[in-house]
Write a protein that binds this ligand. Structure first.
Ligand code: GDP
Ligand code: IMO
Ligand code: MG
Length: 429
């Protein structure tokens, strides 16, 4: 039995979807445990691209896919995604797809509040995906949320929706001057979801526990990345959930002793979408090169991703925060053609070198990255399927990462396709 958490070590979009899809071949269950459709995970199989926002990335491998209680789910997006996959010939049924009865629902007013808040912040906006994620988690924590179990409770659930919509309409009008949402239309829409989604609503925690007892392999698919974590990220430029490994337990309803490994996905350089600090960001032609070679556009919002050098200060801290047992380095092929590769090994701040990631964004803004420079390579590496097929300089780059972080590299990804991968260690042996 192996129960492995796969998560992002940077600011999201590290290639989690690709790695989960590839690993899912040998897994039995794939579970999302936090975030919502702010995530966009791209899978490329035989040249065909799939982007999943909510349904776990094990679906293309025909595995059982579960949405845990820690995920916030927009039923409009979920039903569209289910239909989209079906129209491409995939089976989505109550035999392979499950939603936790405790998961919270993103309501129409959450999306309106997200947009209204961002508008009101002007230049100080967070740059959210506008999917209502923050307002939904707020309601969860303040005990005003609507859960999937409410969809199953008939009039009681409907009364809750009516009461909450009224409250939010007052808030939207008074604080932002926004027109009220139509409660009747929301009720009609949600009656529809109650009917379509009822067959999938279940006790996800119990299912995972049964599977683990039966010796099944479970993959926990993280969304976002360590530096978007609500506690450990670059607050307030973060998302509204814990993205670190510990939340795989809370967000799916299993105990920490069930987890057998934590695989951190490390993009071979760094990207960020949305606002917030980014010490190694590049504003020159090298940043443009990464952006173009890596097709760095957000899979959810289509925004251009900001690009920069790899940052060891971040990665070392991510190894601690997540208890990484292994790393998968992705998009190594994107660096092909660069003469020199800078790697940040510390931050210069007021004459001192910091090796600890600062919590104070004011300090972080003043930090100057300290770089070590490694040699690049020019040979196309996208056909490499074992480490010894890589140019020596690429191996040196990987060794540098492994030594600096102190965690073994289990997987190297050299292209978006499922097979464009070097597997250094079988995680399910
Ligand atoms: P996620 O959110 O972590 O799943 O990552 P995204 O899917 O948002 O972004 C990663 C992008 O890089 C996607 O377009 C992937 O198809 C692509 N990708 C993943 N791994 C590789 C790789 O090794 N090389 C290249 N060139 N592209 C990759
Ligand atoms: P995946 O799973 C990259 C960012 C947004 C914004 C901040 C808050 O594909 O890696 P939110 O809508 O969550 O309130 O936005 O978080 N963000 C992501 N950035 N990848 C993601 O997901 C992200 N999900 C949220 O851009 O800066
Ligand atoms: Mg993404």
């Amino acid at each position: 039995m192996a129960n492995i958490v796969v998560l992002g070590t940077q600011w999201g979009d590290e290639g989690k979807g690709k790695v989960v899809d590839m690993l899912a071949e040998n897994a039995d269950l794939v579970v999302r445990f936090q975030g919502g459709n702010n995530a966009g995970h791209t899978l490329v199989v035989d040249g065909e691209e799939f982007i999943s926002h909510l349904i776990p990335s094990g679906i293309l491998q025909g595995k059982k896919c579960l949405i845990g209680n820690g995920v916030v789910v927009d039923p409009a997006v979920l039903t569209e995604e289910m239909e989209g996959l079906r129209s491409r010939g995939l089976e989505i049924s109550s035999e392979n797809f499950y939603i936790s009865r405790n998961a919270h629902i993103i309501m129409p007013y959450h999306k309106t509040i997200d947009a209204a808040r961002e508008n009101s912040l002007g230049n100080n906006k967070i740059g959210t995906t506008g999917r209502g994620i923050g307002p939904c988690y707020e309601d969860k924590v303040s005990r005003r949320g609507i859960r999937f179990v409410d969809l199953l409770s008939g009039d009681k659930g409907r009364d809750k929706i009516v009461q909450r919509t009224k409250e939010k309409n007052d808030y939207l009008k008074k604080i932002f001057g926004v027109d009220p949402l139509d409660t009747d239309a929301i009720i009609t829409e949600f009656n529809g979801y109650a009917e379509t989604l009822a067959p999938y609503i279940t006790n996800v925690s119990g299912m995972i526990s049964e599977a683990a007892k039966g010796g099944r392999h479970v993959l926990f698919e993280g969304a976002q990345g360590t530096y978007l974590d609500i506690d450990h990220g670059t607050y307030p430029f973060v998302t509204s959930s814990n993205t670190v490994a510990g939340n795989a337990c809370c967000g799916s309803g299993i105990g920490p002793t069930e987890i057998t490994g934590v695989l951190g996905i490390v993009k071979a350089y760094t990207t960020r979408v949305g606002e917030g600090p980014f010490p190694t960001e590049l504003f020159d032609e090298i940043g443009d090169y990464m952006q173009k070679q890596g097709s760095e556009f957000g899979a959810t919002t289509g925004r251009k991703r900001r690009c920069g050098w790899l940052d060891m200060v971040m990665l070392k801290n991510a190894a601690i925060l997540n208890g990484l047992t292994g790393m998968a380095v992705t998009k190594l092929d994107v660096l092909t053609g660069l003469n020199q590769l800078d790697v940040c090994v510390g931050y210069k701040y007021q004459g001192k070198t910091l090796t600890d990631f600062p919590a104070d964004l004011g300090v972080l803004a003043e930090c100057e990255p300290v770089y070590e420079t490694l040699a690049g390579w020019t040979n196309d590496i996208s056909n490499a399927r074992s480490l010894d097929e890589l140019p020596q300089n690429a191996i040196t780059y990987l060794n540098f990462i492994e030594e600096a972080v102190g965690v073994p590299i289990n997987i190297v990804s050299v292209g978006p396709g499922r097979r464009e991968t070097i597997v250094n260690k079988n995680l399910f042996e």
